[in-house]
Design a protein around this ligand. Structure first.
Ligand SMILES: NC(=O)c1ccc[n+]([C@@H]2O[C@H](COP(=O)([O-])OP(=O)(O)OC[C@H]3O[C@@H](n4cnc5c(N)ncnc54)[C@H](O)[C@@H]3O)[C@@H](O)[C@H]2O)c1
Length: 246
């Protein structure tokens, strides 16, 4: 028995990093997974490697017209969607003095618009049949991280729209739970391309003395997508090696 037997999941940004780790963990736990990403070549390759229980659909999460097609493709291939992870995201380094509106809007268009649309189409498609929506935020959505100002704006917003959408579902008696995940820094392409971000100084900011492995974040995504988290909604889940406990 897998923890996700009977689940049909959409995972965005699934060509690399956390999204890919989620896709692998979801398939291992019995789910059928629609992996979406802008990166078609890598996404297709990774989905093929996962076998018959995964397909890839090219999607830009910031484009509203692409969302319903992903749900339709999922239903046609595997059946109605009952789990999703709004994971796709981008990172820019800026601060309260150097921020440009271009960088801010670019970041918000993926990290916030993508989750807004994921919640909207998730609710529209799952409100009768039920499901679990998991939104990927960050420790930067909980505490101040001065060097990622635009990113923090997007991740703080994801934290509160998770709660607003979860309460909307409760108020309307929709059987949908919505929660957010807040990782500390982890070894994914987003972070590993910056040598500074792999330094011992960054590791030391995490009391456990290291960065996370993507699988450690995926374990939490599996729990939140599964029926084991049946009494959790509108909640924020930290997985940060103690970063925010200090
Ligand atoms: N790595 C970390 O330390 C860390 C920490 C906290 C939160 N996060 C968050 O976790 C999520 C995944 O990050 P990651 O570290 O795996 O990054 P990553 O760069 O490895 O993966 C992100 C994926 O999103 C895809 N993507 C980017 N823009 C897209 C768009 N418009 N539409 C569809 N796909 C798009 C990319 O092609 C890529 O495959 C992000 O939301 C990120 O902000 C990461």
């Amino acid at each position: 028995m897998g923890q996700l037997d009977g689940k049909v999941a959409i995972i965005t940004g699934a060509a690399s990093g956390f999204g890919l780790a989620d896709a692998k963990a979801f398939v291992k736990e019995g789910a059928k997974v629609v992996m979406t990403d802008l990166n078609e070549e890598e996404g297709q390759k990774q989905a093929t490697a996962l076998g018959d229980n995964a397909i890839f659909v090219k999607q830009d999460v910031s484009k509203e017209e692409e969302w319903q097609k992903v749900f339709d493709k999922a239903k046609e291939t595997f059946g109605p969607v009952n789990a999703m992870v709004n994971n796709a995201g981008i990172l820019v380094f800026d601060n309260a003095e150097t921020v440009t509106l271009d960088d801010l809007h670019k970041t918000l268009s993926v990290n916030l618009d993508g989750v807004v649309l994921g919640e909207k189409y998730g609710i529209i498609n799952m409100k009768k049949t039920g499901g679990s929506i998991v939104n990927m935020s960050s420790i930067a959505g909980i505490i101040g991280v001065p060097k990622v100002f635009s990113y923090a704006a997007s991740k703080g917003a994801v934290r509160v729209i998770t709660k607003a959408a979860a309460l909307h579902c409760c108020n309307n008696h929709y059987p949908i739970r919505i929660n957010s995940i807040h990782p500390g820094y982890a070894h994914t392409p987003m972070i590993d391309i910056y040598p500074d971000m792999r330094s011992s100084a960054i590791e030391a900011q995490h009391p456990m003395g290291r960065l996370a492995r993507p699988e450690e974040i995926a374990n939490l995504a599996v729990f939140l997508a599964s029926d084991k988290s049946s009494f959790s909604t509108g909640s924020e889940f930290l997985v940060d090696g103690g970063y925010t406990a200090q």
